[in-house]
Design a binder for this molecule. Structure first.
Ligand SMILES: Nc1ncnc2c1ncn2[C@@H]1O[C@H](COP(=O)(O)OP(=O)(O)O)[C@@H](O)[C@H]1O
Ligand SMILES: [Mg+2]
Length: 295
């Protein structure tokens, strides 16, 4: 789907990679005797799209919740925009929250609020904003995510899955954040809606110069969007690198995830110069229902 915004940013360069906006250093997180993270390190720089992958229960959501300050580390430090989360005051924390947007997989929208009120909610939380200004802000965001303004008065139940994600994204960017967290933004969508959401994330990344932290199981989305992929395994970040480099790491999760048939098929979407850097095992034919091979 082409939108005015997509056309406008098509020829823009990707945002430049800048200073670290998230610095996780020597993080340990325990729940009772369950050690989820141990000596975990991860830096994310301005302008990047970093995808966090790992098996179920590897600690992806727990890591994101700690970065957002919703959960406290057992030890180690997390800095966001250069501020140590352990020592930052309540007012600075509130300001930092306004510089970040979030799209959670579950409970993405309030079912009892219209599309307009869902998108307006983070603005209203900040304080009183004149009605006409609020309307302009919300309508601009609807347009940015490619939804006609006639949808503003609808309830979430009347929307398709793809539209719900768009509204969730409009709400996540309503305060024009620098940093956007997306938890499974394409989960439950049909392939076409998935592609449209991936396209939209890429457009917003360019248009707003966003830094994006993405948690996803969707290999196609991961390959299409990531500047780097961070693999969570053995309680730490095993590697955080471009996907063609990650695919060559000798690790059971990496082999299964990236070099299985679905992984190999997804990696075919990389541009030739990046495909050339893939390990040989990733280049084996990816036959299957879509591959047209002998199976
Ligand atoms: N609030 C909590 N209390 C106790 N254990 C938790 C809590 N949140 C997560 N865990 C545990 O932490 C581990 C990692 O969970 P999670 O971060 O949700 O994994 P992922 O998102 O990678 O699937 C799991 O073993 C889970 O049971
Ligand atoms: Mg999770």
């Amino acid at each position: 789907m082409s939108t005015p915004l997509k056309e406008a940013v098509r020829d823009l360069p990707l945002p430049a990679i800048g200073e670290p906006v998230i610095e996780v250093h020597n993080l340990t997180k325990r729940y009772g005797r369950n050690i989820v993270h141990q000596h975990l390190n991860l830096d994310i720089r301005r302008g990047e799209i970093v995808t966090i992958v790992g098996g179920s229960g590897a600690g992806k959501t727990t890591l994101v919740r700690q970065i957002l300050g919703l959960e406290k580390p057992s030890s180690g430090s997390i800095r966001m925009f250069g501020e140590d989360l352990a020592t930052v005051g309540a007012e600075d924390m509130r300001l930092m929250r306004t510089r970040t947007g979030m799209l959670f997989q579950h409970g993405a929208l309030f079912s009892s609020l219209t599309v307009f009120d869902n998108i307006a909610q983070p603005v209203r939380e900040l304080g009183k904003v004149p009605a006409d200004l609020l309307r302009d802000i919300v309508m601009l965001k609807l347009e940015m995510v490619g939804l006609p303004c006639k949808h503003a008065s609808k309830m979430p139940a009347a929307l398709s899955g793809g539209m719900v994600k768009r509204v969730g994204l409009a709400r996540a960017i309503v305060l024009e954040p620098e940093l956007l967290f997306l938890d499974e933004p394409t989960a439950g969508l049909d392939p076409r809606s998935s592609d449209e959401v991936v396209d939209l994330i890429s457009t917003l990344h360019r248009a707003l110069g966003l830094t994006v932290v993405l948690v996803t199981h969707d290999l196609d989305a991961m390959v299409a969007l990531s500047t780097r992929v961070a693999v969570l395994a053995e309680r730490r970040v095993l590697i955080a690198a471009p996907v063609e480099e990650v695919a060559g790491v000798d690790d059971p999760f990496v082999r299964e995830y990236f070099l299985g048939m679905r992984g190999r098929r997804a990696l075919q979407a990389l541009p030739p110069e990046r495909r050339a850097k893939l390990p040989r095992a990733a280049l084996a034919p990816a036959f299957g229902s879509m591959g047209g091979g002998p199976c």
